[in-house]
Design a protein around this ligand. Structure first.
Ligand code: HAM
Length: 428
C-alpha cells in the first residue's frame, strides 16, 4: 500500500473508540480509589519550563539527556512537553502556597506524558500515566499506603501477574558514602561496562544500576548494595515501611539494586512489575518512591514527599494479554426510523425529546428506506424500533416494534416516553 501523506508520528497513536473503554475503566478505578483515600485531583499544564525537569528529574538521567521534547517558543522561552508528573506537582505545590494547607497534601492526576524513547512494546512517545503524590509527610506509613493504593488499582482491574520490588537508596548523607564505594567497585570493572555506563561512571554512577544491558547487569549483580550504607534514620524508615507492608499483607521482593531512573528519589523506591513471563517486555507497570529533597531543590523549604505513577498503556497491554474483558454497559436503547419528509422533519424534535428524557436513541437521518434503517437497528442488536412514517406524523401516532418478538404496536406520540420506559422496565 502506498504510504499515506499524513500518518501519526512514530510512538504516538490514536486512542480509537474501541480502546476508550480501557481508558475509562482505568480512570474510574483510579478515581474511586483516589477518592476513598482522600486524594484530590490536580491537572497541570502539558508544557512546562524545560528547567523544571532538567533540575527536578536530573541532568544526567536518560529522560533529560535523551528523551525530552524541548523547544524554544516564538517568545524565546525554552519549554518541554512534560515527561513525568512529579516535578509539575511540586512546582504547583510551591507556586500555589500549598504549604499553608493542612498537611499532608494528597493529589492525584491522570493524563498524557511525552518521552522520545526507542519504540518497542510498552514504550511509547506519547503515553498516559495516573499518579499519586503526598506532600508534607515524613511517616513511612505514607510509603506503604502509596504502595497499597497501587496494588489495589491493579487488583481491582483484575490483573494477577505482577510483583512488588522495593529498596531504600537512603538520604543524601548515606548515599554519598555508597556512591564512593560503588564508583570504586565499578572503576575496577570499567572495561566490562557498556559505552553509556562508562560515561555514567564519572557523572552519576547510580544510574549504572539502572542499565538494562546484559553485560552491565552481570556486573551490577555483584555491586555494593544501598541498604548496607543506610544511616540509622533511613534504616529505621525502611524497616518500618516493610513492617507496614507485612501488616497490610502485601508480598514484596527486596531488590537491593533498584534505584529508579530519576534523580529525585530518597529512601524508599519501588516498582510493581509485570510478572507474566510470556509478555516480559511490558516491564514495570508502576514506579514510585519518596522524594524528600525535591521541594527544596525546586525552590522551597525541606518538605518530605512520596508518590508513584502507573503507565496506562502498559496496564492495558497486560489486561489484553490476560484476556481481561470489560463488560459492556447494558444501556437500553431504541432506534428511531423516520419515513417521508414530514416525519423526518418532526423526528429531529422527537429525538431531542427522547434524549432529554434520558432514553438513548440511535437514528440514521440520512437513510430514507424502512429496510435500510431496520437493517442498521438489527446490526446494532437494538430490540425496540420506533417507526415514524408520514401517516403516523399526520395522526400524531408512532409504532413501537419489538424486533425480538417480531410484533408491533401503535401508540399515541404524546405517550412515547412512558411507553418506552414501560418496555424497558419489563425487560429487567
Ligand atoms: P517512571 O518510572 O518514569 O516514574 O514512570 C512511571 C510509569 O510510567 C512506568 O512504570 C511505566 O509504566 C510508565 N511509562 C514510563 N515511560 C513510558 C513510555 N515511554 N511508554 C509507556 N509507558 C511509560 C515516573 O514518572 C515518576 N514520576 C513516578 C513517581 C511519582 N515517583 C514519585 N511520584
Amino acid at each position: 500500500m502506498a504510504k499515506l501523506k499524513f500518518q501519526s508520528l512514530p510512538g504516538m497513536y490514536d486512542i480509537l473508540p474501541e480502546e476508550q473503554k480501557y481508558f475509562q475503566k482505568i480512570y474510574k478505578v483510579v478515581e474511586n480509589i483516589a477518592n476513598s483515600y482522600n486524594f484530590q485531583k490536580i491537572e497541570t499544564p502539558i508544557l512546562e519550563p524545560a528547567e523544571l525537569f532538567s533540575k527536578g528529574v536530573g541532568l544526567t538521567t536518560d529522560i533529560v539527556r535523551k528523551e525530552m521534547y524541548s523547544f524554544k517558543t516564538k517568545g524565546g522561552d525554552f519549554v518541554t512537553l512534560r515527561p513525568e508528573g512529579t516535578a509539575s506537582v511540586v512546582r504547583t505545590f510551591i507556586e500555589k502556597g500549598m504549604r499553608s494547607l493542612p498537611q499532608p497534601v494528597k493529589l492525584w492526576y491522570f493524563g498524557p506524558f511525552f518521552r522520545h524513547e526507542r519504540q518497542q512494546l510498552g514504550r511509547y512517545r506519547q503515553f498516559h500515566q495516573f499518579g499519586f503524590e503526598v506532600l508534607g509527610e515524613y511517616s513511612p506509613i505514607i510509603d506503604a499506603q502509596i504502595i497499597k493504593i497501587c496494588y489495589s488499582i491493579l487488583k481491582k482491574l483484575g490483573l494477577k501477574n505482577f510483583s512488588l520490588e522495593i529498596n531504600s537508596i537512603g538520604c543524601k548523607k548515606c548515599r554519598s558514602c555508597f556512591k564512593k564505594e560503588l564508583q570504586v567497585f565499578l572503576k575496577r570493572k570499567k572495561a566490562g561496562l557498556c559505552k553509556n555506563c562508562q560515561k555514567r561512571l564519572k557523572e552519576n554512577p547510580l544510574r549504572i544500576l539502572d542499565c538494562k544491558e546484559e553485560k552491565c547487569q552481570r556486573i551490577i549483580s555483584k555491586a555494593p548494595q544501598t541498604v548496607d550504607y543506610l544511616c540509622e534514620e533511613c534504616h529505621n524508615h525502611f524497616k518500618e515501611v516493610l513492617e507496614f507492608l507485612d501488616e497490610l499483607g502485601l508480598p514484596y521482593k527486596l531488590n537491593t539494586h533498584l534505584v529508579r531512573g530519576l534523580d529525585y528519589y530518597t529512601k524508599t523506591v519501588f516498582e510493581i512489575i509485570n510478572s507474566n513471563e510470556k509478555i516480559k517486555k511490558i516491564g514495570t507497570l508502576i514506579g514510585g518512591g519518596r522524594y524528600d529533597n525535591l521541594v527544596k531543590l525546586l525552590g522551597r523549604k525541606d518538605i518530605p514527599a512520596c508518590g508513584a505513577s502507573g503507565g496506562i498503556e502498559r496496564i492495558i497491554d497486560l489486561m489484553k494479554f490476560e484476556n481481561i474483558k470489560i463488560p459492556k454497559t447494558s444501556e437500553k436503547k431504541v432506534f428511531l426510523v423516520q419515513l417521508g419528509n414530514l416525519a423526518k422533519k418532526r423526528s429531529l424534535k422527537l429525538f431531542e425529546e427522547l434524549r432529554e428524557s434520558k432514553i438513548k436513541t440511535i437514528e440514521n437521518f440520512s437513510k430514507n428506506s424502512l429496510n435500510a434503517q431496520l437493517k442498521i437497528a438489527d446490526r446494532l442488536k437494538i430490540r425496540y424500533v420506533l417507526i415514524f412514517g408520514q401517516k403516523e406524523a399526520l395522526e400524531n401516532n408512532i409504532l413501537i416494534r419489538d424486533m425480538e418478538k417480531g410484533t408491533q404496536k401503535q401508540i399515541k406520540l404524546k405517550n412515547i416516553v412512558r411507553e418506552i420506559k414501560k418496555h424497558f422496565k419489563k425487560d429487567k
